[in-house]
Design a protein around this ligand. Sequence first.
Ligand SMILES: Cc1ncc(COP(=O)(O)O)c(C=O)c1O
Length: 387
Amino acid sequence: MFDKIIKNTIPLSEPEISGNEWKYIKDCLDTGWVSSVGDYVTRFESMVADYVGTRYAIATVNGTAALHVSLIACGIQPDDEVIVPTLTFIAPVNVVKYCGAYPIFMDCNIDTLCMDIQKVVDFINNECKQNNDGYTYNKKTNRRIKAIIPVHIFGHPVDISQLVEICNTNNISIIEDATESLGSEYKGKKTGSFGAAGCFSFNGNKIITTGGGGMIVTNDEYSAKRIRHLTTQAKSDPFEYDHDEIGYNYRLTNIQAAMGVAQMERINEFVGIKRRNAALYRELLGHNDKIEFLWEQPWAKSNFWFYTIRVRQLNKNDLINFLLSKGIQVRPLWKPIHSLQMYRACQAYKIENTDKAYETCINLPCSIGLKQKDIESISSNILKFLT
Ligand SMILES: Cc1ncc(COP(=O)(O)O)c(C=O)c1O
């Protein structure tokens, strides 16, 4: 459907590697601490915990592993159900299936693109029941709804306080997918710190990167210990090869963590640049009846990991192809997951806004290293197409 990218003069998202990355990685190579134990792993974990405001942080090989092990630690078993957004990168849905559980797809809010919390409340109140054991069950399937995974889409926080309230009342755990939102805040508190666990990704396109990597944050000491145990092959003896359950090799290496420490040293600077660039895009694209630059809600501070525009009265694919032909790398949103063949049979609750968002939204280049002239060129090309 989309033309091949001719030349990417302006890429969608490039990492910013211009701090202490070389120095710290060289230190790992010089000292031989290259594997999954080492000072940088410990430093990286405490830097992220301090920044997000949680008591514990456990580094993982990637964000998907962080989500997977968080679900296991929260007790997700075959035949449980987990509420997930249908508008998201696919990882938080796949991990539900890794556990043998069932996803229930929820619509997005049209302004934030995050899960529509009012619909979650309606679903729990109207389509679920509380049994005598105090847990919440889906009336349709009689399966227990054990958890929900809100995703802070493109860095914009989910409107989370109402979600916390309904989940507390109904004994449903919240695992936050904060993979895209390091640095974002909901009413002054960092995303990732609201749920039983919060998961981050340090994939190459994220606001900070370790090449590949992830982190789980939590305030619960028991969960932190269990997660650390599960991510290190559930080894129960430091010397003997003794394991007390089925574990995973999900630990981040010291080399990757060294890069993470260097990147974390600059997180405030990176969030500042992302936010300034968002404001510049918004100003240049202006108030236009054909497009809207998606902005943050009054209660939100977004890290603006990805920039999104919504088009009206025109086909978004035409604009995508036009921008690609100018060497500007843009992307459509993810296809709504409930429409993908492996998830088509799953329950989806009143999906309306997600289809509209998919039809009308486009992601624009968002690298930290974007220059003012790049943003001017992208914006003027968009405006040229509209006229
Ligand atoms: C919303 C979301 N969840 C999970 C992930 C998975 O993270 P990773 O690629 O580090 O496994 C990503 C991105 O990569 C993501 O965007």
